[in-house]
Design a protein around this ligand. Structure first.
Ligand code: KIV
Ligand code: ZN
Length: 525
């Protein structure tokens, strides 16, 4: 056991910004990554894996920007086993007081034969060489034998031994393809504990994917056999079926602390706000019945359950909603609520806004309160996310008129106000109201885009609920995402499209062609 880690403390290594961000539709812009990194540090994660710096200049810049902010957690970057990747990670993370280089190479027979075309001893040589290069740059080096769960046990033990001898301070065991099951994975960790001589001198880590829906269970089974770092992501986002969900693993450890006999440093009251932040940014909302952070995770519908709950909450509740940062008093503000009440509620929901941001969001809140009687937490989050996303024109939506008729194309007329206060109106036809509105916007702003995806999510409940729309569009071969919210879903879509067009125009005005795209070219792992 490394000296600075108590026997029963689990390190939480968050890879939302690396493994999570690699998932289709989850890429984030630099400013979005910074917001997530700040939220992760408020959640008190131990390590943030901020990206894969060698993958693209954009990845490098975002890892560097996060490291340079020095939010508090160890900042880590991923590298393949070659000097160029490792040096790139070091250049990106060295701005953080505490930083880590994470190197990996695949070890299973399938990967050796078909992907790497390398023999067993060549792989060990490559891992050892890489760890040594990394150790010259940084004391904190993590090594991962990719596809460890499908690697022959005796060879895996050999690789892990060699990695420790070469200087790795953390050895991570990935179930890369989500293939293992809890009892088997527990045995694998016990085997390593028994067969790797100096294993107690390093932190043993676990990294699970969710292809068979067992990422959290497998991670906890590894903890049962001595793993002391869990690699996970907010909302379990990640490649294919995702990674181990941070909130589920952390709350299992907290709720069943007597069983596991371990703890984490996570401020669990930040779990729900952090989950909402990530889902708002990625547009990927957890299912309603998702454990811990799903909308229904703490609602009790069945009469018998409600009766029990009224007698004593513990009859049907093993965790309290407030423990995960979910407020009991969801309903709250209305049109008579003042700026203070709005600011306080925003703060409780995890948004620290400056005066400028509060003023802008408060104006939007007042407009919404005119249309909608009760304003729920989801509405407030939506207002704030939109206010921060659509910042500063050049165009704002003045009005939108839609005509639809069964069997006929829809017609939309948009009127935008420019920064100079001049209105522009354009009309267009389309297969549906959204297509017509986006086409009219294209004419008004001069920005052409291809709509790739349109996702609608309800921000709160009730007939007058706000619709939150996330659009993914292609402009000049690059992918961008925009968000908009309104009680009218076509208007929400229009606002989402306008947000992307505004960003494009602002970039063009600055003479940039590719900044702030959500697309990051990930190197093949
Ligand atoms: O799933 C995996 O094997 C990984 C490694 C790079 C740690 O993400
Ligand atoms: Zn992974």
């Amino acid at each position: 056991m490394p000296d600075n880690l108590s026997e029963n403390q689990i390190r939480i290594f968050d890879t939302t910004l690396r493994d999570g961000e690699q998932a289709p539709g989850c890429s984030m812009t630099l400013s979005e990554k910074l917001r997530v990194a700040k939220a992760l540090s408020e959640l008190n994660v131990d390590i943030i894996e901020a990206g894969f710096p060698a993958a693209s200049p954009g990845d490098f810049e975002s890892v560097k920007a996060i490291a340079d902010r020095n939010f508090g957690p160890v900042i880590c970057g991923l590298a393949r086993c070659n000097a160029a990747d490792i040096e790139r990670v070091h250049a990106a993370v060295k701005g953080a007081d505490n930083h880590r280089i994470h190197v990996f190479v695949a070890t299973s027979a399938i990967h050796r034969e078909y992907k790497l075309k390398m023999a067993k001893d060549e792989i060990i040589k490559s891992a050892v060489g890489a760890i040594k290069i990394a150790r010259e740059l940084c004391d904190d080096v993590e090594f991962s034998p990719e596809d460890a769960s499908r690697t022959e046990l005796s060879y895996l033990a050999e690789v892990v031994s060699a990695a420790i001898e070469a200087g790795a301070s953390t050895v991570n065991i990935p179930d890369t393809v989500g293939y293992t099951v809890p009892a088997e994975f527990n045995r694998l960790f016990c085997y390593l504990k028994e067969h790797v001589a100096r294993i107690n001198e390093i932190t043993l880590s676990v990294h699970c994917h969710n292809d068979l829906g067992m990422a959290v269970a497998n991670s906890l089974a590894a903890v049962g056999a001595g793993a002391r770092q869990i690699e996970c992501t907010i909302n379990g986002i990640g490649e294919r079926a995702g990674n181990c969900s941070l909130e589920e693993a952390v709350m299992a450890i907290k709720t069943r602390s007597e069983f596991f006999g371990v703890c984490t440093k996570i401020d669990t009251t930040r779990l729900y706000p952090t989950s909402r932040l990530v889902s708002n940014i990625t547009g990927m909302h957890p299912p309603r019945n998702k454990a811990i952070v799903g909308e229904n995770a703490f609602s009790h519908e069945a009469g018998i359950h409600q009766h029990g709950m009224l007698q004593h909450a513990s009859t049907y509740e093993i965790m309290r909603p407030e423990d995960v940062g979910l407020s009991h008093s969801n309903l709250i503000l209305g049109k008579h609520s003042g700026r203070h009440a709005f600011r306080d509620r925003a703060k409780e929901l995890g948004f620290e806004l400056d005066d400028f941001e509060i003023n802008r969001a408060f104006q939007d809140f007042k407009k919404l309160a005119d249309k909608k009687k009760d304003i729920y937490d989801g509405d407030i989050e939506s207002i704030i996310m939109n206010a921060s996303g659509s910042a500063s024109g050049p165009w704002s939506l003045k009005s939108l008129e839609i005509q639809t008729h069964t069997d006929q194309p829809a017609t939309a007329t948009v009127t935008l106000v420019g920064e100079d206060g001049v209105d522009v109106s354009e009309s267009a036809h389309g297969d549906g109201p959204v297509a017509a509105a986006l086409q009219a916007l294209e004419r008004a702003t001069g920005v052409d885009m291809i709509l790739l995806n349109f996702e609608l999510h309800s921000a709160s409940s009730g007939e007058d609920a706000q619709g939150e729309v996330t659009v993914t569009v292609e402009i000049n071969g690059q992918i961008f995402r925009g968000r908009g919210a309104s009680v009218d879903i076509v208007e929400a879509g229009c606002r989402a499209g306008l947000e992307v067009m505004n960003r494009t125009l602002r970039r063009r005005a600055r003479g940039e062609t590719n900044a702030d795209s959500t697309q990051s070219a990930h190197a093949t792992i």
